[in-house]
Design a protein around this ligand. Sequence first.
Ligand SMILES: [Zn+2]
Length: 512
Amino acid sequence: MDKPKLTIDEMAVFCKRKGFVYPNSEIYGGISGFYDFGHIGVELKNNIKKEWWKTFVHERDDIVGIDGSIIAHPMVWKASGHIDGFTDVLIDCTKCGTRFRGDTLIEDKLKILTAGMSLEDIAKELKQHKIKCLKCGNELSEPKRFNLMFSTNVGPVQTSSSVAFLRPETAQIIFADFRLVQENARLKLPFGIAQIGKAFRNEISPRDFLFRMREFEQMEIEYFVHPEKQDECEFIKDVLDYELNVLSAEMQKQNKKMQKMTIKDCLNKKIIKTKWHAYWLAMMHKWFVDLGANSEHFRIRQHVKNELSHYALETWDLEYEFPFGWKELQGLSNRTDFDLKQHIEHSKTDLSIFDEETKKKIIPHVICEPSQGVERAFLVFMFDAYHYDKSRDNVVLKLHPRLAPIKVGVFPLVSNKKELVDKAKEIYCNLKAEWTCTFDVSGSIGRRYARADEIGVYACVTVDFESLDDESVTIRSRDTTEQIRVKIKDLKEILKKFLDGERLGKLGERVE
Ligand SMILES: [Zn+2]
C-alpha cells in the first residue's frame, strides 16, 4: 500500500504556501483550533460541498436538505443530552498548568485504545502508571469532566436564562425541524434530511491541522425508516458487489487485520446488521472513490461495545489512513428513535408520522446517520491528490476535475507582446463565464505550468505566435502533460469534454 507521502505538518505548510488554508489570525499569534480557507482552498471546499449536495440531495428523490441556525433554543441541547453528557475528561498540570485531554494523554503515554473509558477508568490508569505532566514532569490534577459546547449570551443582559450554545452538531436541528420538513416536503418513509453547516466544539487539545478543530463544518444526513421495516432497503442491489476493507468488532477482539469484502458478504455473514447501514457505508465510500480518492486508503470499522455513544445501537466509522494512522472520517450510527423520542418528551410536541398502511402513528427510526466533517474530506482529497513528479520537478495536485479549485489556466506564451497578451485575455474572459480560470503572464511558460500543477489547475491553454495566424491554441493536460492543438472556436466544447473526463489525446491533434 502506498503511504501518504507527506506528514500532516508538511501538508499544513503546503496548504499555507499555496493559498489553501491559513492559521486563523496568525498576525496575532494565531488561535488554536481555528483555520481560514484561502483563495484556492475556498474553491476546493465549495466544490466538495457542491458534489456532496449533488450526489445526496439533488440526484435523489428520497432526501431533501435544510440549512439550520447555529444557535438554537437551549432545550434542544438538554433534550439531545449534550448539556449533561457532551464532555471530555480534562486533566491539568498542578505546576505549569498545561491542559491534557484524559483519553489522548493515556493513548499517547500507554499506547492503548481508550474509546469508551469512564472518568474513573482514566483516573485509575493515571494512578496506576504514575503518569506525570508531559511538559514539565510534575503532578497532574484529578481528572474532571468538561463540557465541549461553546456558550454565548442571547440579548443585551447576561443572566442564567440568556445562555445559549453554538451547535456542537448539525443533527439536532434536523430533529427539531423534523415535522415541518416532513410535512412540507411531503416525505414518505424511508427518507432522509440532509444539512451542511458549521459546528463548534471546544476541544481541549485541537491537533493535526484540520483534523481536530474547534470550528468546523459538517455534511450530514439523518435517514429515517419505518420501525417495522428496518431491513427493507430497496437500493441494496446497487451496492451488493461493492468491495471495501472491513474491520468488524469481532475482528478487533481477535486482533485480526482488516479484510477486503463485498457488501453481500458483510450482510450474509451478519457482520453489518441491517441492509440500510450497509448501503450507506458503501455509498459514502463510493462517493470518495468516484471523486478520485484511493479506495485502498479507506476501511470501514465497527465500533466495539464500550465505544458506542449513548444513543447508538450500531456504529461503523468510515476510516482513512492519515499519516498519523487510521482515523475516523465519517461516523455512521444507527440512532434508533432516541432523538425524536427525546424531543417529543421535552417539547411535548407530537413528532410521529401517520402510517397509511397500518393506520397507526409511528415514530421513525434513524437507521443510519452518515455524518462527515468537510475539512476531513478536504484533507483526504489533498493527500490522495498530492504527487511529487520527479521529471517535472514540481508537485502535481491531481484533484478530480470536478474538485479542482481552478479548471483552466490561460497563458500568453510571452508577456512582452501586446497582441498575444490581448488575444489570451480575450480567451480568458470568454472561458471564465463557464469555469474558474486563472490568467498568468509572469515567468517562463514552464514556471507557469508548474505553478498551475501545484494548485491542481486541470487544463492549461497557451496562446502563442501562431495563434495570431491560425486561430488555434494549445491545451495541456495537468496529469499527463499531453498537449493538443485546437481551433479557438472549438475550445469551449473541447474543454467541456476534457473536464468531463475524456482523454485529451482523443480530442484534438497531438503536439509533440
Ligand atoms: Zn507541567
